[in-house]
Design a protein around this ligand. Structure first.
Ligand code: SAH
Ligand code: SF4
Ligand code: F3S
Length: 439
């Protein structure tokens, strides 16, 4: 028997959960855990969960059911639930699934070692506080390991917008920005470990207003500071709210060399009536005007968005307004969802749209989006792009990376390494990716 303990983490939901899972692995690394990709040999299993839609939340329980035989075979196995379901349901999870040993909300991950000790002492551990301290400062443990070419870096957490459909303000709490110096230190450290592209994360990332050496900094100012880090080649950020697209951020898209021409800017609906009921505080027109300004600053920017169909009281006419907005924007990427009733949110109390009708609208919207995405992707054929190579492809000698526009690009037989950036001419557009040749 070796003393090395194995940790299996499964991550659901958004990129912020991916970042958090890395931090949890780091802090548990300090407790002697190494990560495993198979739950069967794990000493601890952590599910990092998402509560955004009902289906996402229910997945947790079916997944826990799958671990039952493992717990029976190895009673010492610790099973924990982290993330937004942990925050939203707390103790309920242990009542519904008694084999769960620990439940930890997103703001308490730095307390995991203490929670583990409690479980070792034969108790259950539950922590869904919103502590004052900066958890990320305490979520460091493992010696510095080499990293892949791309990394996430959470700069802002939580949300004060309270859209009528959304659980995030409840599961992640109030909007908080991390201080500038900590972000820059972490970014430099990532670059030293091999990272060439950083995606700054936040539920409302463009509302960033962290403490800097000379007062609060905006996201644009932070982008400019990252731009000065030698060895860092690409900067991205997600997710943005239309109301926080400030002038300096729009200008950065035109002027900042390392900021990539891709913007995820969810609108949710194209109907002003529905936007108002969603508490979005922007209109379809103000959103379209905003995109016009962004495209003036950066004409080739690829626009991405999120849509909800079947929000309470959405009529066919409201839905047609959304379709019209999509036609006007021409998205290169978009995510769309059928409205899911979330307990405790204002919209949950309202008259729901017929399920079959909502499904039909989603189908029509997704068909339109797919056409647009495909056309934008096809328009890349013949163009020259820069590709950051991330990993070998499925075919012998092939490498896969991402273009500036976040399209996956396959290049065959190229003498490139992971982390290289190469000039590539696009020769073909497939169903989900592009193929190109090194220039
Ligand atoms: N902070 C981001 C969104 C976070 S949630 C923003 O403001 O845009 C990611 C996406 O999930 C949302 O943009 C929305 O489209 C979708 N979503 C959130 N709550 C939902 C619900 N109750 N039902 C269906 N989709 C939902
Ligand atoms: Fe949710 Fe709205 Fe906040 Fe986005 S802005 S996280 S959709 S409440
Ligand atoms: Fe899901 Fe929580 Fe992210 S609800 S989308 S994991 S912030």
């Amino acid at each position: 028997m070796s003393d090395v303990k194995k940790l299996y983490i499964k991550t659901y939901g958004c990129q912020m959960n991916v970042y958090d899972s890395e931090r949890m692995a780091e802090v548990m690394g300090g407790q002697g855990y190494v990560e495993t990709k198979t739950p069967e040999d794990a000493d601890m299993i952590l599910l990092n969960t998402c509560h955004i839609r009902e289906k996402a939340a229910e997945k947790v329980y079916s997944e826990l059911g799958r671990f039952k035989p493992l717990k029976t075979a190895k009673p010492d196995l610790k099973i924990g639930v982290a993330g937004c379901v942990a925050q939203a349901e707390g103790e309920e999870i242990m009542l519904r699934q008694p084999m769960v040993d620990l439940v930890v909300g997103p703001q308490s991950y730095h307390r995991l070692p203490a929670m583990e000790a409690k479980v070792d002492a034969g108790e259950k551990a539950l922590d869904t506080d919103f502590p004052e301290e900066d958890k990320f400062e305490k979520l460091k443990g493992r010696p510095k390991a080499q990293r892949g070419p791309t990394a996430f870096l959470t700069v802002q957490e939580g949300c004060d917008k309270f859209c009528a459909f959304c659980v995030v303000p409840y599961t992640r709490g109030a909007e908080v920005s991390r201080p500038v110096d900590r972000i820059l230190t972490e970014a430099r450290d990532l670059v030293e470990r091999g990272v060439r592209e950083i995606t700054m994360l936040g539920q409302n990332v463009n509302a960033y207003h962290g403490a800097g050496p000379d007062g609060d900094w905006s996201l644009a100012k932070l982008i400019w500071a990252l731009n000065d880090i030698d060895g860092l080649e690409r900067i991205r950020f997600t997710t943005s709210h239309p109301n926080d697209m400030t002038d300096d951020l729009i200008a950065a898209h035109g002027e900042c060399e390392k900021l990539m021409p891709y913007l995820h800017l969810p609108v949710q609906s194209g109907s002003d009536k529905i936007l108002k009921r969603m508490n979005r505080s922007h209109t379809a027109e103000s959103y379209l005007k905003l995109i016009e300004r962004i495209r003036e600053a950066r004409p080739d920017i690829l626009m991405s968005g999120d849509f909800i169909v079947g929000f309470p009281e959405e009529t066919e006419a409201d839905f047609q307004d959304t379709m019209e907005l999509i036609r006007q924007v021409n998205y290169g990427q978009a995510f769309s969802f059928k409205y899911s009733t979330r307990p405790g949110t204002p919209a949950a109390e309202r008259a729901q749209v017929d399920e079959a009708e909502a499904s039909d609208r989603l189908k029509r919207l997704q068909a339109l989006i797919t056409d647009q995405q495909r056309a934008v992707q096809d328009s890349m054929v013949g163009r020259e792009v820069q590709v950051l190579f991330e990993k070998p492809g499925r075919l012998e000698g092939q490498m896969v990376g991402k273009s500036e526009y976040l399209h996956a690009v396959h290049v065959a037989g190229a003498p490139v390494q992971r982390g290289d950036i190469g000039r590539v001419r696009i020769v073909e557009s497939g169903p989900n990716s592009l193929a190109g040749e090194l220039i």
